[in-house]
Write a new protein. Sequence first.
Lengths: 475, 98
Amino acid sequence: MAKLNELTIEEAARALRARECTVRELWDACSKAIEEKNPELNAYLEVFAADDAAIAAAQKRIDSEGENAPLLCGIPLAIKDNILIEGKIASAASKMLENYRATYDATVISKLKAQGALFLGRTNMDEFAMGSSTEHSAYGKTLNPIDTSRVPGGSSGGSAAAVAAHLAFAALGSDTGGSIRQPAALTGIVGLKPTYGAVSRSGLIAMGSSLDQIGPLAKSVEDARILYEAIRGKDVLDATTIPDGLYEARELPQSLRIGVPRHLLMEGVSADVLAAFEATLAKLTEAGHTLIDIELPTSAHALAAYYIIMPAEVSTNLARLDGIRYGHTARGETLLDDYIDSRTEGFGEETRRRVLLGTFVLSSGYIDAYYRKADAARVVLRREYDKAFESCDVIAFPTTLSPAFKFGEKSDPLSMYLEDIFTVTANLTGMPAISIPMGTVNRDGTALPVGIHFTAPHQAEQVLFAAGSAVQEAQ
Amino acid sequence: MATTEEVKKLAALARIRVADAELEKFTKEFDAILAYVETVSAVEIPQGEALREGRELRNIMRPDGEPHAPGAHTEKLAEQFSAREGDALSVKQIIQHG
């Protein structure tokens, strides 16, 4: 048997029920791996002490309920630092919330606790989830376990690195423009952004409220599905959550019609990433799935629309952080100084940049040209996707233009923003999307993972899992 | 073209400060980002009905119900205050009496 911490959730759950291992052994295997590797990787900002009572309760439940125990019972997970766990620090990797201790559990955490899942620690991220590399964390960058000279992606880079290096069985992240899927692609794991409203955001530190979703980062498609099923559902604490069946149910066909917008792949995508994508598509057609050419012309403007809407929402969401009620506190001459000093000291450079950008696009002279225009473009984009889904079940493209880049390589903000070019469309349309490993490409003698990205219609996560399984089987 | 004065003004509106040493860099980057996001103006926007959102539920209100007991969370929240007097948050005096 592989080392315990290297198992998938599916395998670990089976091993627990077969009495091949105990919950304590699963915990210890992850703890030991964290002790060995985390000082270098910096995937976790804080590692929690073992909760003996929770470990004992999970073991007891497996012993007494056996096959009926929830699959996540006794499984140690990593949690992104912007998801609240009662009594623990939740800093969103910002100096602003360095000492902020959560006063309640996020709904996703309550749900996981009810299943008997265990929490290993909180993972590093770009500050307030703004970035694609974790280089914007106030607590140092996270290294990519595949090649430590490279970024793990972001903003859920700590969660991705923890799962890829087997420092957790799976992790939760949040995705506003690609923050689950891009790091999953860059570290060779599976990442899912659920349908907008599928998973409650009560207890998620808000970034862009019309875009944010919590989702799983996992070692396999099945593990992502297990975690997704455990956290999803309507929640009275989040009025944006949606009931089952709000959107028309999609059939789960035996063979998938895969829409490919080839016009988007003509420039920017690295040749070897494109080759890996084509090879994956070829394997899928061999397995009986069909490819359909589709056109999504507004996609070319999606990133521009996103970098208007997102900072607008960031600037409003982060306005609550004023140094008065909680978080970083600085005191000056006047009350205005208190606000300005607290915010200037508490926010990092990228956060300040986006707050400024958001303030600009919402200001009275510019709101029509920027924010309202982008909001209208978003509806046009969504209509295009709706139309495309009349002729296909999923839409496929590479998750990123290229594999993991080196630290410091994208020091100019705009070049970093381009990392999100393919992933933002799913956040703008609210549709679910997944990144699945599709092999590797070589950089400086190292094989670096890349991902294939599928989008499905609203609430059609099951179609995404089917597409993901098809890719996994074809590898 | 954004000017350093404009960036300073935005910073004031956003209740943050951009140090003079950073101002030029911020302004330059701001210009590059704006030049990029402005390309959204190329999207043709249909008028009227076509722009209406679909049948998605938006801003659905729920009835109030089952309020928690008064004071149930007071202590936990007050623990986060940087300065407190009893259960109250202590801040600077805002209105001066002549």
